[in-house]
Write a protein that binds this ligand. Structure first.
Ligand SMILES: C[S@@+](CC[C@H](N)C(=O)[O-])C[C@H]1O[C@@H](n2cnc3c(N)ncnc32)[C@H](O)[C@@H]1O
Length: 330
């Protein structure tokens, strides 16, 4: 299982030679992480685009590294050469996508962070995702897809493989996707589970999801209020997934995170599981693990997996929580 982490070993002298002098230093650091194998080329490109909001600057930095790598020996530096080749290929094949992402980032409304009220946070997320899904459906749910359906498909299949390995994909299971976006996971899960429901605060996300997979007979999609999961009865689901949704709940306020944990516990059957990919964007895995552990304890979950990065393409931080059966009073 590939393990892509945010931190990692310091760059080797060979990596440092390839990135020496690349400005700004934030780009150099991202390239160091990518060429050391700590983040995937897709995530590195996304991070560089977020950092600069300038596709030409990112292209120039990658071109510089590509040029310098030509002098590396294939025999002694084959892994490093391969990493440079992967990054170069991704940039070359996705030039229009990178430009589109840079434009999206320039146009993105500033987040009221932290939101002053939960209402303000939810309203912001609704506007943000209504807007971004109109720019690019693929990028709106996963910026690192660079807007490419093929890259998003690859990333989605990696998440599916992990869910399968964790026993969450089974034809007698009901699954809930919290913050389902365009329904990429709903669509993939549907053939392999009994029923799958997706809920999202963004009407335009749900419109896209309905267009993509709403006609599947065991799929239910709905626009929620963003406040809770009141549309679903208690003890309905075997699994609830939240893929890159919690960071937005968290930005909307700690009270909303508490509510969603309480709601997830309510709608899950005893023994059912809540799978979270990314809890926050703080970049502090230990802090995330501590917060999730406290929430799990307060809302009746056991932590089965905490703060691992099991995917090769996306560095989503994964948590797997099991809902404890209610205590039997004697
Ligand atoms: C980065 S996208 C990820 C979408 C989807 N989980 C995926 O991975 O393809 C985050 C999603 O969370 C949704 N979201 C944000 N706040 C929400 C809330 N309070 N309730 C429900 N969905 C919310 C957004 O509308 C958006 O679709």
């Amino acid at each position: 299982m590939a393990h892509i982490g945010f931190a990692g070993e310091p760059p080797s002298p060979a990596v440092r030679r390839l990135t020496a002098g690349i400005a700004p230093s934030t780009l150099q650091e991202i390239l160091n992480r990518c060429l050391s194998g700590t983040v995937s080329p897709a995530v590195a490109l996304m991070q560089m685009l977020i950092d600069t909001e300038d596709a030409s600057a990112v292209r120039a930095a990658v071109d510089e590294v590509t040029g310098r790598a030509a002098t590396l020996s294939r025999a002694s530096d084959s892994i490093l050469r391969d990493r440079v080749d992967d990054l170069t290929q991704l940039v070359v094949e996705n030039e229009p996508g990178c430009e589109r992402i840079a434009e999206m980032l320039q146009g993105t409304m500033d987040s009221p962070e932290p939101a002053r009220t939960v209402e303000e946070g939810i309203a912001f997320c609704e506007r943000l995702f209504d807007w971004s899904v109109q720019q690019s459906e693929e990028a709106s749910v996963a910026l690192y897809s660079l807007g490419s359906p093929q890259l998003l498909e690859r990333a989605t299949m990696e998440i599916m493989a992990e869910l399968e390995q964790w026993g969450r994909v089974s034809n007698d299971h009901s699954v809930l996707d919290i913050g389902c976006g365009i329904g990429r996971l709903v669509q993939k899960l549907a053939p392999y589970v009994r029923e799958v429901s997706g809920i999202d605060v963004s009407k335009r996300m749900i419109d896209a999801a309905v267009r993509r997979c709403g006609s599947l007979p065991n799929v239910h999609l709905l626009k929620g209020t963003g406040h809770d999961l009141h549309e679903f009865a208690g003890a309905t689901f075997d699994t609830a997934i939240a893929v890159d949704t919690f960071p937005y709940l968290r930005q909307s306020g700690a009270a909303l995170v508490e509510t969603y944990f309480m709601e997830a516990a309510r709608v899950l059957k005893p023994g059912g599981e809540l799978v979270i990919f990314n809890y926050s964007y703080l970049g502090d895995d230990e802090a995330d693990a501590a917060e999730v552990a406290a929430l799990a304890r307060d809302h009746g979950f056991d932590v089965l997996v905490s703060a691992i990065r099991p995917l090769a393409m996306w560095d989503g931080l994964a948590f797997r929580l099991r809902r404890r059966p209610p205590a039997v009073s004697s």
